[in-house]
Design a protein around this ligand. Structure first.
Ligand code: ADP
Ligand code: MG
Length: 543
């Protein structure tokens, strides 16, 4: 038997669980059942792929057992199990993307621990909210021996190989004493167990047994008539697949019949996933084939810029052996993906028109990701532009859509003006804005790094060209002003050519401008040059 130390991040999370003030402690059981269900999905899939695997997959299930005298609660599955290395890696360390971010936020705002737990989803470790010792016994099909792991959640755990472990995993919680100051409910009580499973895990497709009885209804939500499914059921299902502890902002259902049948159940989050902007963050939705789980994070079904969309797509006509390579080439899959994208965008659009506050929340959380689509998804560019919101000189504290901008355009204004920059303040103080301000033309203030990237690939919205105020000739003049300007140019010709030759090293051209009203001079880029902020970004990247 070996005694090993938890990795330091894991230790921090465990401390958080042991001293948890998170009020909804019942959720530990949801996490254990959810892990057991994942393990059964994996074993079934593995058995399709590997015909030589010597395991019985005819009666895959989850069993819950309790012993009131010993104050123990066990959740057992006959799923994929874990190898010795798996246990050390998966249970002894926290490899989840977003952990570092989570712990950082935790340090910064000690007070709202429970909200953060809600965002992060602690999984297996949540056992330590209700138990002072946890024992896990597990066996992986190809491993010779099983593994027994035990810990009190303090800094160390023990691990040893065992001979007699059955296929799968059992997790036994030694519940905290009943006189514990937390006043926990009696989790050994069958009625309590049944109630929690019903509430959180009813849709789990594998039987959950208690005292020989199946206690969940096992119906896939996406296969049930929409009118029969409650919001609470959707929310629990969302939590199961997204590992987010919040309720979703919006539930989207889709159904296609005919030559290529599928059903989709998708969710928009109320909070951005912590890994939204991490390179190793999760992408894509779950793929099922006729209720059988096939894969997580199926990026072939959802483009990268919609990576905040979670959910399930159940396709009737695919093989259970379908691989990512096949998915990438399948024309039906591409059609399906196109329809899913359109549906998601139209759902965001209807949120925008009917639930403005929820739309604003979504935009604040995931707008920066959504805008990536302006670059990568030319087919849906207009639909994406419609659901975008931007800061603008029109209002200091609310955002505007492009449609709203267009409706406010002045007579004679042909362009949608924008300026990119590091911050609102930097843009507002820029001399580039002066002439537009003088004309009372509205200017969009774009301060997300991604804004620098997409503005060049979006020519126009509703036929109105987008125009950077920091580039080229911003044409704001009437005919009269133009001839006056031409006169002035002749008048100042000597001065201009003298300035141009003195500044030869630094600028291409010196010309008179009508853009400025209070500043004497400003530097502008060529129409095809990169913007000042992008120039800075490239410099910062060493290019
Ligand atoms: P998550 O489920 O979000 O990955 P958890 O903390 O709940 O995080 O579980 C960590 C990992 O431990 C799982 O990803 C899985 O690989 C493994 N694991 C947990 N419970 C089981 C189980 N019952 N059977 C097999 N593997 C499990
Ligand atoms: Mg889990």
């Amino acid at each position: 038997m070996e005694t090993l130390e938890f990795q330091s991040e894991a230790r921090q999370l465990l401390q958080l669980m042991i001293h948890s003030i998170y009020s909804n402690k019942d959720t530990f059981l949801r996490e254990l059942v959810s892990n057991a269900s994942d393990a059964l999905d994996k074993l079934r899939l593995e058995s399709f792929r590997d015909k030589d695997m010597q395991v019985d997959v005819d009666d895959l299930h989850i069993v819950i057992e309790s012993d009131p005298a010993e104050r123990t609660l066990t959740v057992r599955d006959n799923g994929i199990g874990m190898t010795h290395e798996d246990v050390v890696r998966l249970i002894g360390t926290i490899a989840k993307s977003g952990t570092a971010e989570f712990l950082k936020q935790l340090k910064e705002q000690q007070s709202s621990t429970s909200d953060l737990i809600g965002q992060f989803g602690i999984g297996f470790y949540s056992s330590f909210m209700v138990a002072d010792k946890v024992t896990l016994v597990t066996k992986y099909p190809h491993a010779e021996k099983g593994v027994r792991w035990e810990s009190t959640g303090e800094s160390t755990y023990t691990i040893e190989d065992v001979d007699d472990a059955p296929q799968g995993t059992s997790v036994t919680l030694h519940l905290k004493p009943s006189d514990d100051e937390d006043k926990l409910p009696d989790y050994t009580e069958p009625a309590k167990i049944r109630e929690i499973v019903k509430r959180y895990s009813d849709f789990i497709t594998w039987p959950v047994r208690l005292g020989g009885e199946d206690i969940n209804s096992r119906k896939a939500l996406w296969a049930r008539p929409a009118s029969e499914v409650t919001e609470e059921e959707y929310a629990e299902f969302y939590r199961h697949i997204s590992h987010d502890w919040n309720a979703p902002l919006e539930t989207i259902r889709m159904q296609a019949e005919g030559t290529f049948e599928y059903q989709a159940l998708l969710f928009l989050p109320s909070q951005a996933p912590l890994d939204l902007f991490m390179r190793d963050g999760k992408r894509g939705v779950q793929l099922y084939v006729k209720r059988v789980f096939i894969m997580d994070d199926c990026a072939e079904l959802m483009p990268e810029y919609l990576r905040f969309v979670k959910g399930v797509v159940d396709a009737a006509d695919l093989s259970l052996n379908v691989s990512r390579e096949i998915l990438q080439q399948d024309r039906q899959i591409q059609l399906m993906r196109r329809r899913l994208v359109k549906k998601v965008l139209s759902s965001i659009k209807s949120l925008q028109s009917s639930r403005a506050e929820d739309y604003a929340k979504l935009w604040a959380e995931v707008g920066a990701a959504l805008k990536e689509g302006l670059l990568s998804d030319a087919d849906n560019r207009d639909a994406i532009l419609e659901v975008c919101s931007f800061a603008s000189t029109h209002s200091a504290d609310s955002l505007t859509t492009l449609a709203e901008y267009v409706s406010r355009m002045k007579d004679g204004q042909e362009h949608i003006y924008f300026m990119t920059g590091d911050s609102r303040l930097a843009v507002e103080n820029s001399p580039h804005l002066e002439a537009l301000r003088a004309k009372d033309f509205e200017v969009l203030i774009l301060t997300d790094p991604i804004d620098e990237m997409w503005v060049d690939s979006v020519p126009a919205f509703q036929g109105k060209p987008l125009q950077s105020v920091a580039k080229g000739q911003v044409d704001l003049e009437t005919e009269e002003e133009k001839s006056a300007a031409a006169e002035k140019a002749t008048e100042f010709a000597d001065l201009l050519s003298w300035m141009a030759s003195s500044l030869e090293e630094n600028v291409k051209e010196v010309r008179l401008s009508t853009r400025l009203t209070t500043s004497p001079a400003c530097v502008v880029g060529d129409a095809h040059d990169i913007t000042p902020t992008l120039e800075k970004m490239y410099k910062a990247m060493g290019q």
